[in-house]
Ligand binder design. Structure first.
Ligand SMILES: Cc1cc2nc3c(=O)[nH]c(=O)nc-3n(C[C@H](O)[C@H](O)[C@H](O)COP(=O)(O)OP(=O)(O)OC[C@H]3O[C@@H](n4cnc5c(N)ncnc54)[C@H](O)[C@@H]3O)c2cc1C
Ligand code: FES
Ligand code: FES
Length: 1332
């Protein structure tokens, strides 16, 4: 530690304003400083670990060497405040505002409908803004790179990309015919049917132009500060940590010699997550960012020395810049590094993560280290005592997990990257759970050297990441290749050696053992092909060196996202211009979202004396609590109290589906990891969290936890009742069919991953036990009731307010109520406002997910394709509490006919009680799982009959007047129409020409029942006030969570009152304006609330009728004023008594839905059979939603739901340890779709000429149905895998569980490489993760 001098003053700029901090705490991130200290809440918290981009801001710095100013996007959640000295930060508030001037980025993302819940929008704006600061006319590639690290859970990205696309010159056309003969030359896009002028979702002609001269300049004071600098050491001291930033290498070395354990903090992308997620405490942190030697670049005749402090973006730009200056043969290693850098992390991460940091962090799956090592790179290290030394970056450098041979006091100064030689070739390959912004599963760097004109290997090195605790060298494999000719025979032997050499234990951390091993072979094979290509190009004879012809050149999967089509109907010609119904009106808060002005729960300013609540959760899945000791926590600074079940004055448990659910574990037995035990309240977030970590819980494990559906069945562990339904006589029908087949499908769960985590603030009013609860919830009434019951007070003492929700998807109902109750108890007990905002990891651990399902089926069918009988068994993994699981499994059976008229159909559904966190509602409420099993059965039938699956679907589809299995009559006419519109003919030309790439296609229908089958929930109310100035305030029972409900209600009020939509305002949803409202769920928010708002408005409009008749030419304002003076009430409530829906499970019949929404989706994918990577080339969706109230909202719902479905079925994997701990607790481990997953062509068509008598203005609900349409991607992958299998002689049905991740898709392809890996015998080892 340096002398105990006073801390320095930290000085930097935010949005052009100087900030000076006397007591900068090294543990404070820029994000918390912005949000909590400066109250700049536009920058959002989504994950805290650099994985979601919600906190993106722009950082600008003066580069002293070049005197240039660089702007780059960064994650504020990873940026230590102390790292900001001398920098300028721009946040979304500094970019533009609705009060002054909108920035074109904000305007375009908003007007292109790129914002739904809006929580991701400021981050998107900032990524795009930073790009435009650097490149005012970006390419599409620039845009997709810039947005790759920004997650959005609502939109499906297409509208965001289309908004951003308007900045880019080259891509403003349809790109039909590769840009030739396209729309801009007056030609029709061939995908578009000829029409007269079609309505568009937005008009780019009205956008503000981009004017770079309007941007904030870099503060001159910072330039003077940098230039005048008489560099001195900077020191900042916090509560627990000190920070020192030396100004010279010498000083740095001395400091490190005195404090060898103190880490160097450069990008903080390793240190930061370690501190945050693993609780690592570094009492001293050293920032070397002002030591110039660490940033120097020196070119020598042999290569280039790159300063270890350079960011990965700087390394990338440097290498790119050198490419044209060098002969091609010299650039092999540079190109390999560029290839890896292109997909390493996100741009925000690469902008801060340093080269040295990546090397020294020695991640097992670092993408750079294998390439640097294979490329014979060296590092220069220095220490005060040992001086300078050079070390080769080889297998000896990487010692073990996270460890290198550097001594603790040594500093990595620079890295030597050599030029390559003639005859020297490099390979760099990686495979990751998601194509971008994701750590690799396996990654590799390879190098081979041939002397001129020869294909005999002189030298070879092969390194892998992801195949052990650290970067590993395949030494024996290299030995098997060196001195031998580069041909099939050599490589075949090399594969065998490699298999023996890189053996992973079957329970290796990370799992995917077979896949990882097969990837090592696939990568070597790809390198083999690439080298052959290169040798051929160099004129070396490569004929007959491999058994097949040199196959296709392995190009990366296509990635350019083209503009999609969105087709919807014009409003009728006679509709007034003022009437917004049926028009694609922008989300009413979109501009507030894009400027960061929109207020979410955690953006509410802290009230005096406010406390923060952190939860203590069980770390055992099935155990007895033998002790809970909070004494140490209570002694910690800032901790105020600990809340246990004993503190609850009212009901300690909530009842759901007939089962009691304790809020805080009161009985001694805990039944899952993540179960809430108690809560700590403290004066700040960090104090509360430290307090929670200090609570000691002692357990005694109980035997035989139940984790999987199979175990639950074996032990008969269910939440009752289990349900069955049958139409026809299935048993008998099996006797008369041509063929019978049995199959099984497992579908993993899905995390909601709403971008805004569970958030609430409960404020005691101060008298008569009254409370205001501000909660991010879909169901304010439930919050009110639950808090009241828990506190044993009447409901009239609790008002729940919901302004907006940053995404919910079903996850902010039941679990939120439990959290709100606990927060309420804390507020009641301390008599202070208490805020609870879950960290992403806690949220994922505690609040449950979509139910994983095991589906089994037996199907009887005729040789002509008719399915005559089917029997299904569904087992949902409900977790430790019932929640709504029984209702979810009921929904399996209410939908499992899907679009098919199977005359003899039987289903059984059970909710399994297990020792995993309890699962809950999720968009689709079980339908997406149920139908996947049904469609898989259809695919099996098709495979057995060797017919295309779409034919089997067509043969069995409902036609004419139809009846469901619960005896509800309906017409499938619009389903048929959707099908016909969507049908496309598969073209298998591509597959015949390509061995390692396959295309697959699938077309999938859905029939989705809308409304609550519990009839009493189908009601809604609204309260409409007209004020004297003519402005209208609408309140209704629905909540705004991104689906655009408030916008639609504004449209309804505008139409009914005959006033412009701008006169109508919706402030919030609250239980004191509209009582007893149903949840915003079941896709019927618009149907029900729309009717209620319509009712209230019609009452008011009629009330004004006498005045209107007296003064027909008068203005709205004049009528309102007259009404006021005539003492007429200008306020009305509206009510909607919805249909009396029901389902009688004893009689097995009912009318559980008001109507059906129909849709069909066709997807085409391209699959890389060697790695399992795929890309959706095209998606066409046709949906019947009656007459849309707002086509932009509805298309947004369809696209967003499709992408969520695509995530569910192809990407998102919840992984649990064998002891029941959720491993996947953040975006680093759990991958939701990102920009790189958007279909390259994404077209949505709303079925024209459809109507619906059951909902407002003849519209239909659309929030949930399209999730299932994402399964078209699943079946397209399966189709592609089937094509690959057929080349290995494998035909007929095969098993592919959901999600069809790269791992599963690759193994399903059964390539020669996957087949080489010996299959593990289930039961012979303890897998790393449970197979739930
Ligand atoms: C969301 C996310 C995604 C990522 N994705 C990828 C990916 O796809 N592929 C990949 O390879 N990596 C990935 N990373 C890892 C990232 O590349 C590394 O964390 C980063 O390169 C480390 O550099 P840093 O400057 O941030 O290190 P810091 O966190 O600042 O420091 C890390 C460690 O390095 C030491 N150190 C740093 N510089 C020196 C030096 N000059 N001399 C001696 N010791 C030093 C420090 O003491 C410390 O122990 C990802 C990280 C995140 C957060
Ligand atoms: S909050 Fe910073 S990246 Fe997620
Ligand atoms: S709009 Fe992107 S997360 Fe909701």
């Amino acid at each position: 530690m340096p002398a105990e001098k006073q801390g320095d003053i930290l000085c930097f700029f935010i949005n052009g304003k100087k900030v000076t901090e006397n007591n900068a705490d090294p543990e404070t991130t820029l994000l918390s400083f912005l949000r909590e200290k400066l109250r700049l809440t536009g920058t959002k918290y989504g994950c805290g670990g650099g994985g979601c981009g919600a906190c993106t801001v722009m950082l600008s710095r003066l580069q002293p060497a070049t005197r240039t100013i660089t702007h780059y996007s960064v994650n504020a959640c990873l940026l230590p405040l102390c790292q900001l000295h001398g920098a300028s930060v721009t946040t979304v508030e500094g970019v533009g505002s609705t009060k002054t001037r909108l920035h074109p980025v904000q305007e375009r993302i908003a007007k292109a409908h790129g914002s739904q819940c809006g929580f991701c929008t400021p981050g998107m704006v900032m990524s795009m803004y930073t790009l435009l600061r650097n490149r005012p006319q970006p390419t599409m590639e620039d845009i997709t790179q810039a947005l790759a690290g920004n997650l959005c859970r609502c939109t499906g990205y297409r509208p965001i990309i289309d908004g951003c696309r308007t900045f880019c010159q080259e891509a403003n056309c349809c790109q039909a015919n590769g840009g030739e003969d396209c729309c801009q030359k007056g030609e029709q896009n061939p995908d578009e049917p000829a029409h007269e002028e079609k309505p568009r979702l937005f008009d780019k002609e009205e956008f503000l132009p981009l004017d770079p001269t309007q941007e904030l300049i870099f503060p001159p004071e910072l330039i003077l500060m940098a230039e005048a600098a008489n560099p001195k050491t900077l020191t900042f001291r916090g509560e627990r940590v000190s920070w020192v930033s030396p100004s010279s290498l010498e000083e740095l070395l001395q400091l490190k010699a005195r404090n060898p354990e103190a880490p160097l903090v450069v990008g903080n992308s390793n240190i930061g997550p370690g501190m945050k997620f693993k609780g690592v405490l570094h009492p001293l942190m050293i920032s070397p960012t002002r030591v110039t030697e660490l940033f120097e670049v020196t070119r020598t005749p042999q290569g280039v020395w790159v300063g270890a402090g350079c960011s990965l973006t700087e390394v990338w730009s440097l290498l790119e810049k050198l490419l044209p200056q060098l002969a091609e043969e010299q650039t092999g290693l540079f190109r390999a590094l560029i290839r890896q850098l292109g997909t390493l992390g996100s741009l925000q991460i690469r902008n801060v993560a340093s080269l040295g940091g990546n090397i020294v962090s020695a991640y097992p799956n670092s993408d750079l280290n294998p390439v640097l090592a294979a490329g014979n790179c060296r590092v220069s290290v220095v220490s005060a005592a040992g001086g300078r030394r050079e070390l080769p970056l080889n297998q000896d450098f990487f010692v073990s997990f996270g460890k290198t041979i550097l001594k603790p006091e040594e500093i990595l100064v620079s890295v030597f990257i050599p030029f390559s030689r003639k005859g020297e070739f490099f390979g760099a390959f990686r495979q990751a759970p998601r194509k971008e912004s994701s750590f690799s599963t396996v990654t590799t760097g390879m190098r081979v050297f041939f002397s001129e004109g020869s294909r005999v290997v002189q030298d070879v090195s092969i390194y892998y990441g992801g195949m052990g605790p650290t970067t590993v060298c395949a030494t024996k494999t290299c030995a098997a290749i060196v001195s031998r000719p580069w041909d099939d025979e050599t490589l075949s032997q090399a594969y065998n050696v490699l298999l023996d050499e890189l053996v992973l234990p079957l329970s290796a951390p990370g799992g995917k053992v077979e896949f990882r091993r097969s990837l090592t072979l696939s990568f070597l094979f790809q390198f083999h092909l690439e080298v052959l290509q290169k040798l051929k190009e160099m004129g070396v004879c490569v004929q007959h060196v491999i058994t097949e012809e040199i196959p296709e050149k392995m190009q990366p999967l296509p990635r350019e996202i083209h503009p999609g089509l969105q087709e919807f109907q014009h409003v009728p010609k006679d509709q007034s211009d003022q009437d917004p119904v049926g028009r694609p009106i922008m989300h009413r808060s979109a501009l507030s979202h894009a400027t960061g002005e929109a207020v979410y729960c955690d953006d509410l300013p802290a009230t005096e004396g406010e406390l923060f609540l952190a939860l203590v959760t069980s770390s055992r899945a099935h155990a007895k609590i033998t002790g809970l000791d909070a004494s140490e926590a209570l002694r910690l600074p800032g901790v105020v109290d600990v809340i246990t079940a004993k503190d609850i004055p009212g009901q300690k448990a909530r009842k759901l589906c007939g089962y009691e659910e304790e809020l805080l574990a009161e009985t001694e037995v805990v039944s899952c990891i993540g179960q809430m035990l108690c809560a700590v309240v403290a004066d700040s977030r960090s104090h509360a969290k430290r307090g929670a970590a200090a609570v000691k819980v002692a357990y005694e494990d109980l035997p035989d936890p139940v984790f999987t559906a199979e175990e639950a069945v074996e032990k008969s562990s269910f939440f009752e009742p289990r349900r069955t339904i049958e139409r026809g006589n299935v048993t008998e029908a099996f006797e008369s069919v041509d063929q019978v087949h049995e199959g099984e499908l497992r579908i993993g769960g899905q995390e909601h991953f709403y971008m805004e985590t569970q958030s609430m603030l409960v404020v005691p009013v101060g008298e008569e036990t009254e409370f205001n609860a501000y909660v991010s919830t879909q169901f304010p009434t439930l919050m009110q009731e639950a808090i009241a019951e828990t506190l044993s007070i009447p409901s009239n003492r609790v008002t729940c307010h919901v302004r907006r929700i940053g995404g919910a998807f079903g996850g902010k109902v039941v679990k939120t109520a439990a959290l709100a109750c606990i927060t309420g108890v804390a507020a009641w007990k301390t008599n202070r406002a208490v805020r609870c905002v879950l960290e992403r990891g806690e949220d994922m651990l505690i609040t449950g997910a979509r139910h994983p399902v095991l589906g089994k089926y037996k199907v009887g069918f005729m040789n002509d394709g008719r399915i005559v009988a089917a029997d299904f068994h569904y087992y949902a993994n409900a977790g430790n509490m019932a929640d709504e699981s029984v209702l979810v499994v009921e929904k399996f059976l209410l939908h499992f006919d899907n679009a098919y008229n199977i005359p003899n159909l039987r289903g059984h559904a059970a909710a399994c009680r297990t020792n995993l966190p309890s699962n809950t509602a999720f968009r689709g409420f079980g339908v997406p799982q149920s139908l996947l099993v049904v469609e898989n059965m259809v695919e099996d039938v098709a495979a057995l009959l060797r017919r295309p699956a779409h034919q089997i679907r067509e043969i069995n589809m409902y036609k004419g007047p139809s009846v469901t299995q619960y005896k509800l009559e309906f017409s499938p006419e619009n389903l048929q129409r959707c099908w016909e519109e969507c049908k496309l003919k598969a073209d298998d030309q591509f597959n015949r020409e390509n061995r390692w790439r396959k295309r697959g296609m699938s077309i999938v229908p859905i029939k989705y029942g809308i409304a609550f089958s519990d009839g009493f929930l189908n009601q809604a109310a609204a309260l409409v006030h007209i004020y004297k100035d003519g402005s209208v305030l609408v309140s209704h029972g629905g909540t705004e969570m991104g689906q655009g409900l408030h916008t639609k209600m504004q449209q309804v009020a505008s139409r009914e009152l005959h006033v412009p939509a701008s006169k109508v305002y919706i402030s919030e949803t609250s239980t004191n304006t509209v009582p007893n409202a149903s949840p915003s769920a079941a896709s019927c928010g618009t149907d029900a609330n729309g009717m209620a708002v319509q009712n209230a408005c019609q009452i008011l409009y009629q009330r004004l009728e006498p005045i209107r008749l007296r003064n027909p030419k008068g203005s709205w304002e004049s009528w309102v004023q007259t009404a006021f003076y005539e003492k007429m009430s200008l306020s009305a409530t509206g009510f909607y008594k919805g249909p009396d829906l029901y389902m009688d499970w004893d009689k097995k019949e009912g009318r559980p839905y008001a109507y059906f929404t129909f849709g069909v989706c066709c997807c085409e994918v391209e699959l890389d059979c060697l790695t399992g990577d795929y890309r959706t080339l095209r998606t066409d969706i046709v949906v019947d939603i009656g007459r849309s109230v707002n086509p932009s909202m509805d298309i947004g719902q369809i696209e967003g739901a499709f992408m969520q479905g695509l995530g569910l079925y192809t990407l998102e994997e919840l992984k649990f340890s064998p002891s029941g701990l959720l491993y996947t607790r953040g975006p680093s481990q759990y991958k939701i779709p990102a920009v790189c997953d958007v279909p390259l062509r994404f077209n949505v068509y709303l079925l024209p000429d459809s109507s619906n008598p059951h909902a407002i203005y003849s519209s239909k609900g659309i929030g949930e149905p399209a999730v299932f349409l994402g399964s078209a991607a699943f079946f397209a992958i399966k189709d592609a895998a089937a094509a690959a299998r057929s080349e290995s002689g494998l035909v007929g049905p095969f098993s592919l569980n959901s999600p069809a991740t790269a791992e599963r898709a690759c193994l399903a392809c059964a390539s020669p490489f996957t087949q080489k890996v010996p299959a593990s015998k289930p039961g012979s080892f303890k897998p790393w993760a449970l197979n739930i």
